[in-house]
Write a protein of this length. Structure first.
Length: 291
């Protein structure tokens, strides 16, 4: 397998982090990919990283770090590993209530009577192993067990579309799934086809609810939003506008200590907590809009 190198650094603000990410595009050798991410620990720190197929020029990286006020880059050579095969070996199927999330290598393990959801190991986020996805699936199972039948369901920030597909498995009406990332939408569409749910789950590229097809289906009686704290807070007014009275929102992507801030934002928009589930460091919130 070809060798790969990584180079990561940290900064204390968004603007210089994004500027550093752009400046890395001019490095020689050029990185094959660049990422700029905010840490999820409320520290206010940002991470900037690059992936290289040739050993990066560490002198240039040191100069860039100094120029943008970043800590020195940490450069590492990534071991030759077949990551898909590694994930396939280590990710076992997940049971969440009636739902059974599995890879094709575990197709023979689907229990009779379970609602199967096929997500390949290469798509590690959204396989159900993460506490946020697992919490959302459990919340859906709990609502359905309580008698809810979702007629208009949306999955905002859908990733693999596992939540949209779960709703489509148990309820008769079509579900719409959206993501801000074009690649995520393509992955979602692949998963929909793999689960024989064409025509049952529509996948669109959108920021929040901002898409004509989403607007045409609103108001919703159930919305999933498994994203991150700040996008969830920003989404609160639009959530209120797109949920029908007594409609339900299942929110996750949150560390437990972030829950109160999100709940405050939604309460200000007339959407209040009805159930909270903590899985490890992560929390899933089920909320309902006032009638």
């Amino acid at each position: 397998m070809p060798k790969t190198w990584t180079a990561f650094t940290k900064l204390t603000a968004k603007d210089p982090a994004e500027a550093l990410g752009e400046a890395m595009e001019d490095l020689e050798p050029a990185p094959s990919g660049i990422g700029v991410f905010e840490f999820e620990d409320d520290s206010g720190l940002w991470e900037v990283g690059g992936y290289f197929t040739e050993a990066p020029n560490e002198v240039e990286l040191a100069l860039l770090a100094a120029a943008y006020g970043a800590v020195p880059f940490v450069v590492s050579e990534v071991p030759d590993t077949d990551w898909v095969d590694k994930v396939r070996r280590e990710l076992t199927p997940v049971e969440a209530g009636r739902f059974f999330v599995y890879g094709s290598h575990d197709a023979d393990k689907v229990p009779e009577g379970a609602e199967p959801l096929l997500i390949e190991a290469a798509m590690a986020f959204g396989t159900g192993h993460h506490g946020t996805t697992l919490g959302c699936l459990r919340a859906l199972d709990r609502l359905a067990t309580g008698g809810m039948v979702g007629r208009r369901v949306a999955d905002i920030g859908c990733g693999t579309a596992v939540l949209a597909m779960a709703a489509a498995r148990i309820w008769p009406d079509p579900v719409i799934a959206s993501d801000i990332d074009e690649v995520a939408v393509e992955v979602a569409e692949v998963n929909v086809r793999a689960n024989a749910l064409e025509g049952r789950v529509a996948c669109v590229e959108a920021t929040g609810f901002d898409h004509p097809e989403i607007a045409a289906r609103a108001p919703f009686d159930l919305v999933f939003a498994n994203i991150l704290k700040q996008p969830l807070i920003d989404l609160a007014p639009a959530m209120a506008a797109n949920l029908q009275p007594d409609g339900t929102a299942i929110l996750s992507g949150l560390l437990t200590r972030q829950a109160d801030e999100v709940l405050d934002a939604y309460a200000r928009n007339g959407i209040n907590l009805v159930h909270k589930e903590v899985i490890g460091d992560w929390v899933t919130l089920t909320l309902r809009k006032l009638a």
